[in-house]
Design a protein around this ligand. Sequence first.
Ligand SMILES: [Zn+2]
Length: 146
Amino acid sequence: MIVLLAREREALVADCVARYPEEACGLLIGRRDNDTVVVTQVAPSPNLSQAPRTSFEIDTKLRLDLARELRGGPTAVVGLYHSHPEGDAAPSATDRARAWEPDLVWVIVALERGRVAALAAHAITPAGATFAFHPIAIAGEPRTSA
Ligand SMILES: [Zn+2]
């Protein structure tokens, strides 16, 4: 399970909306409590992909800077997020091919005409030579009237 409270959820959603129609991306900082990941901070990254409308690439310098900054503290990089402009919130074929680090939770925001259509979180487990994504529950979601 991932705990994504309103402040962090709004921060990453706002970043995804602001960068539409390109894919937004960034890192999630937080702490791990057994199987639960609690996100405490969102760190947007420039999308360094050559094709930012259809893929994303997080700045490795941001990752290294955060790792250095957080070392020895209670929080660490626990996941990443990116958006799918006009897509769904499931990992794409590209995401599956490029999955790395089974310890990171992936949050994917689906956008439709610049608005949030869905938000989902996925954990990664090793599957042979590659990795498999599994949907995980998100706690702290705003209630919907549905
Ligand atoms: Zn993707």
